[in-house]
Structures are given as C-alpha cells and as structure tokens.
Design a protein around this ligand. Structure first.
Ligand SMILES: NC(=O)c1ccc[n+]([C@@H]2O[C@H](COP(=O)([O-])OP(=O)(O)OC[C@H]3O[C@@H](n4cnc5c(N)ncnc54)[C@H](O)[C@@H]3O)[C@@H](O)[C@H]2O)c1
Ligand SMILES: [Zn+2]
Length: 388
C-alpha cells in the first residue's frame, strides 16, 4: 500500500422528481396529494408538516380546514402533524427568525428524513422553507406547492433555495431538490395583477435565450396574458417550467459550478434593483427591467439591431411591465453597476453575462464595457418613449 497515493472517490446520484399540474388539490375527490405519499410509503402513513404563506391564507381562508379534512380522509396515507402560517413575500427571506420558526416546527413535530415538509406559497416562502428543510437533519423531504405564476413556472421547479443576508440577495442557500412539486391553477385566480404579470418575465427570459417559438407565443398572446386569460397562462407556465427543467437536467451543470448561467439573463441588474428598492420591486418586475437594460446594451455592442430591440421591449411592456429603471442620481447609477461585480462574486469564477444575439440564441460575454452600460441605461427611457 502506497500511503502517499491519493484515495480516489467517485460516485453518481440520480435525481428524479415530478412537477404535477392540477386544480383544487385539497378537495376530497382529488387523489393526487395522497397518492404521492402512498407511492412513497405504501404500507404506512407518512408524517407531514405544512408551512403556508400568509398571503395564501388570507385569500383562501377555508384552505386550512380543507387540508385538515383532506388529511383526515386519507389518514391511511397522511399523518398530519401541524400547519403554521408565515409572512409572505420577500420579508420571509430577510428574517432569520422565520428560518428558526420552521426549524422549530420540524423539530417539535419530529419530521425526519422519511417525512415531509409541505410548503404552500409564493417563491419567497418556498425559498425560505426549502432552505430550512434542506439544513434540518441535513435535509428532510419537501413537497412544494407554489401559488404564484413565478413560483409555478420557475422558482419552485428547480434545485435551489435561498434567503437573503448581508443586504445580498440569495446569499445563504443550498442546492436541494424537492420530492415533488404540485402546481394548482386555482391559486392563480386570487393573485394581485402585479403577481400575475411578474412571473411572465421569467417566461420571456427563457424564451429569449432558448425558444423562438415560445417567444412568438408570448408576443402573439401578450394582450390575452395581460387580461388574465387562464388558458394562455397555463400554456405559458407549462412551457416555461419545462424549459427550466430541461436546462437543469440537460444543460450539463445542474448545481451551477460553472460560470455560464443563461437562465440568469437580466438578473445582475434585477437582484441589485430588488435590493436598492428595498424589495418594493417584485423579482419578476426587476427581471423585466434587467432584461431591458441588457438588451439595450446588447444592441449598443452590435449583437441585436434596433428594430429587434424595440419589438422585444414592446412585448415586455404589452404584458404589463413598467420598464423605467427606478434610479434617479449618479450615485444610484453607480450603485446599480456594482451589481455586476456582486453577480460575478455570487456565481464565482470569471464574469459571465448572458446576452442574446437573436431571439432564442445566447451570446455570453466575459466583460462589460461600463461606459456603454451607462449609455444603455440612459438610452432605455428614450427608446420606451419612441415605442409608444
Ligand atoms: N429558488 C429559485 O431558483 C428562484 C428562482 C427565481 C426566483 N426566486 C425567488 O422567488 C421570489 C419571488 O417569488 P414570487 O414572485 O412568487 O413572489 P412572492 O413570494 O414575494 O409573493 C408575492 C406576494 O403574493 C402573495 N401570494 C402568494 N400566493 C398568492 C395567491 N395564490 N393569491 C394571492 N396572493 C398570493 C404572497 O403572500 C406575497 O405577498 C424571490 O425571492 C426570488 O428571489 C427563486
Ligand atoms: Zn429569476
């Protein structure tokens, strides 16, 4: 035995999970939820601990009672332990107290690696509860039930969860897959208009970087989407979620150890603007502005022509986004630009910003010309005015 020889370790783990689509998940006649638990543990009931977004509770006050009756009706599959309600929105990612609350619930209800946390809410609550579930006992099982457009088509279908720290978006987090994700379309009916629209930004993003045909669908149906056409929205959510999941599985870097991150198109500015507006901007609203900035920059460096740029800006506005960059002073402009280096630091390695060279095709760049970027941010309002 050569004691100086390194011992080589290597193994693969395969991840399998499903994203389900349904309506009225907890009505007694809906078999989906209890059959997921039955498939996991056919011989006995599985312990389940629920964490619900306050915004969901407020708009669906009957839901807690419904969940309890459902669990009772299927008690041979489900062992209900408790249900807690936590504040919704970005505030849930800005408070370490809430992580403790979820961890205490996991402890008190003796949720182990063979039992489930079930989280029902928007992307923020799902991120926070996902993080707590990933660190408790080094990872208890999680079922995500996303209730906003953005969480149903992007944030809940992937492998990441995180909370904010040190004034930085998603500073603390982990990569952890859910056991299952269940999209219930009935939740979308109670969304405020801005939360209905906000998630469309992620669909436009993934269409611009991956799928010209999907982009055309969004462009053709912008008005219907704005007017809350459910069938259009269901198509948008399905395709957007599918493209995100395909990228994770087939993009060659599910846990993001490389530097190229096409699904973060428009996100360096988005994350910074969310922070700079004290999270008054929703993530999707900030992504729409971030894409508008990067598209204008892409035009200034010769990647896309003016008419393509203007037509994309028009589509983003037509679905309902306000693309005015919410900065007023030189200092704020400077602060926004610091988002580029913070983005690099968050990803690690070489700066890589995804731009597009045409609809559906990406072109990554490894450096940003700061003067041109400032020019892009100044040019954008003029383009928006000309577009009216
Ligand atoms: N983990 C990831 O990969 C990933 C990806 C993209 C975004 N995100 C994160 O997702 C978060 C944004 O999520 P979001 O857009 O869902 O917003 P959100 O979670 O902030 O929710 C917005 C508001 O809607 C309320 N709400 C939720 N469901 C509702 C319903 N059915 N009816 C009425 N109100 C409801 C919430 O209480 C909240 O007030 C951000 O923190 C973002 O960073 C995470
Ligand atoms: Zn995003």
């Amino acid at each position: 035995m050569d004691l100086n020889e390194p011992i080589v370790q290597s193994f693969n783990v395969t991840y399998n999970y499903k994203l389900y689509f349904t309506k009225h998940l907890f009505s007694i006649e809906n078999n989906l939820f209890h059959s997921i638990l039955e498939a996991y543990k056919p011989q006995e009931a599985t312990k389940v601990f629920f964490v619900m977004d306050q915004g969901v509770h407020q708009h669906h006050p009957e839901l807690i009672k419904q969940i309890k009756s459902y669990c009772n009706a299927y008690s041979y599959n489900i062992k209900f332990t408790d249900l807690i309600v936590v504040p919704g929105g970005e505030q849930s990612k800005n408070s370490s107290d809430l992580i403790d609350t979820v961890l205490e619930g996991i402890d008190k209800n003796k949720i182990c690696r063979h039992s489930f946390v079930v989280t029902i809410g928007g992307g923020a609550v799902i991120d926070m509860v996902g993080y707590a579930s990933a660190i408790a006992h080094r990872g208890v099982k999680l079922i995500r039930i996303p209730t906003t457009v953005l969480s149903q088509n992007d944030s809940a279908v992937g492998v990441k969860n995180s909370v904010n720290l040190f004034g930085k978006k998603n500073f603390l987090g982990s990569f952890a897959t859910a056991h299952a994700i269940i999209n219930d379309s009935a939740f979308l009916e109670t969304l405020e208009d801005r939360d209905w629209i906000s998630g469309i930004a992620e669909a436009i993003k993934v269409a611009l970087v991956r799928d010209k045909q999907f982009y055309k669908f969004i462009a053709d149906n912008a008005e219907a989407l704005f007017k809350r056409d459910s069938a259009c929205m269901q198509h948008l959510i399905y395709r957007c979620a599918q493209l995100h999941m395909e990228h994770i599985a087939q993009g060659g870097d599910p846990f993001e150890s490389g530097s190229s991150r096409p699904l973060d198109f428009g996100h360096w500015a988005a994350h910074k603007l969310e922070y700079m507006t004290n999270y008054q901007l929703r993530h999707g609203e900030a992504v729409a502005i971030g894409m508008a900035i990067d598209l204008t920059y892409a035009h200034l460096i010769g990647f896309i022509d003016l008419s393509t740029l203007k037509s994309i800006l028009k589509v983003i506005e037509n679905v309902g986004f306000n693309l005015n960059v919410p900065i007023k002073t030189k200092e704020e402009l400077q602060q926004l630009l610091e988002g580029i280096e913070e983005f690099r630091e968050h990803l690690g390695g070489q700066l890589t910003i995804t731009l597009i060279s045409e609809i559906g095709s990406i072109n990554d760049v490894n450096m940003i010309d700061m003067e041109k970027m400032k020019q892009a941010i100044k040019l954008l309002p003029t383009l928006l005015k000309e577009n009216v």
